[in-house]
Ligand binder design. Structure first.
Ligand code: PLP
Length: 227
């Protein structure tokens, strides 16, 4: 990929402006730089531009990449995991991940907890919600989550910091707004019960403005930064 630092900065600034314009609480919003499109060399160039908060979506690539960032210079970089996570690959991320956005089933949560105990770690995670109930998407249905939500909060070594979702690619603006507002209600309901619930991860390049309007605290942006 041809990286143009001037353009990346401009795109990032534009997104920051929109955070201020559309979010009810811009000071709480983080822009997660989705770095899955970058190879190691490109990624290092982006870090040299000053970015330090990244999201990767493939566990094996995450591990391989992080091996290249062991230098002292990279110790303050934060790495989130945003992709589908298979149980046998939890080990690739468990020792370095800042936040797992994609805990898409109770079984996966239990498995992450198990690995966290084995590695003497406490992991922060988000429950991925399938808000549109699309068959092709993973995630927990809101109704199922509410039915026995206590069990999600009972893990010794995984702290649930909030929720994540992805809107369908072909949804209208109206539908997207409807899905994101359901997520906002969900967060508002549970943050009253659990004061450590602070995050709502939603919004990508094409729908982050609707997400901001609905109170997203983490927007996950990839392609828009490279336009
Ligand atoms: C790739 C990806 C993104 C970023 O998508 P863009 O449309 O490139 O901004 C966000 N979230 C997840 C889970 C992704 O896999």
């Amino acid at each position: 990929m041809e990286l143009n630092s001037v353009k990346i900065h401009q795109n990032y600034e534009k997104i920051l402006e929109n955070v201020k314009k559309y979010s009810p609480y811009p000071e709480k919003v983080k822009i997660l730089f989705v770095s899955k499109y970058l190879n190691v060399e490109e990624h290092k160039a982006v870090i040299d531009m000053g970015y330090d908060y990244f999201g990767e979506n493939r566990a094996q690539l995450y591990r391989d990449k992080l091996n290249e960032f062991s230098d002292e210079k990279y110790k303050n970089i934060k790495w989130d995991f945003i992709g589908r996570l298979q149980k046998n690959k939890i080990k690739y991320i468990i020792n370095s991940v800042n936040l797992v956005h994609s805990i898409d089933s109770y079984q996966l949560l239990e498995e992450i907890n198990k690995k966290a105990i084995e590695n003497n770690k406490t992991i922060s995670g988000l429950i991925q919600i399938n808000v549109s109930r699309e068959e092709s998407k993973t995630g927990v249905y809101i109704e199922d989550f509410k039915k026995d939500s206590e069990k999600y909060f009972s893990m010794s070594n995984v702290k649930i910091a909030g929720f994540m979702t992805m809107a369908p690619f072909d949804a209208s603006e109206y539908e997207i707004d409807n899905y994101f507002s359901k997520m906002r209600e969900l967060k508002e309901e549970y943050e009253k019960k659990y004061d450590y619930i602070t995050e709502l991860s939603m919004g990508m390049s094409n729908d982050y403005i609707e997400a901001l309007k609905n109170g997203a605290t983490i927007i996950r942006i990839g392609s828009k930064l490279f336009e």
